[in-house]
Ligand binder design. Sequence first.
Ligand code: SAM
Length: 263
Amino acid sequence: MYKQVNLFQKPHEILSNMEEGYCEMKANEHAFLCGLMQEKKPEKVLEVGVAGGGTTAVIMKCLEYVNPDAKMYSVDINKECYRRKGKQTGYQLEEVKEYLANYANHKFLLGGVLPKFIEDIGVGIDFCVLDTTHKIPGELLDFLCVFPYLSDGAVIVLHDVAHNLLGNSIITYATKILLDSVTATKYYEFRNEISNIGAFAINRETKENIANVFSSLSITWAYEPRLVEMLAYRDCYKKFYDEECMELFDIFWEKNRCKLTGK
Ligand SMILES: C[S@@+](CC[C@H](N)C(=O)[O-])C[C@H]1O[C@@H](n2cnc3c(N)ncnc32)[C@H](O)[C@@H]1O
């Protein structure tokens, strides 16, 4: 059922040119991500969840090898790096720009959730990395937002699909729920040390079964995004999804909101 990825190690080396090799993905996870990029040679890449930008730089380096004209967009809710106070989110990309011939093809979109930026990014996204909260609703909301903007066969990479088993938190399973609820061609090396990263390529059946992803929003939410953000996601969904999907969204948002607020 799960497809294998030929690992591509080299792009990860760009981290050695940074002041500090801070990055939340490991070398073998980058090799998985870059192996998929080498296979797909994407034209338009979207990353959601940036932190210092270590992975941003690895992806740009990989694009330089596999498709130097490709464009990349990186979205993060925080303008300031959430783990390096005083530094801008993505600051590490700037540190290595002289090593990236394609540096001008990259754009940061900071300080908001994906619905704020998705129309400007536009359709034709063929490679997307989701790596944000890992807590429900987290990446489920972002996938449902980006899905209508993906091109046929687009690949979605999900980090921390085993975080609940490997990390300190037991509720960080949003990317795993997405991987399991979507109908798609899946890449998941669950037997070995890269079991913490997975991916899927959308196919003809993804759209007809998309209600399953909306339905997974019934799983208990760990937090509720701000109302303005939830309404932005809802507006985005309303443009593309049918009544049943919208009902699933509204019902499970309301039930989870009541549960979280105790009202
Ligand atoms: C796990 S870190 C990303 C790590 C990065 N991909 C790497 O490999 O180093 C999570 C990031 O997601 C951002 N984030 C959290 N919620 C978000 C959301 N709803 N939309 C966009 N970014 C979000 C945080 O500000 C943080 O920078």
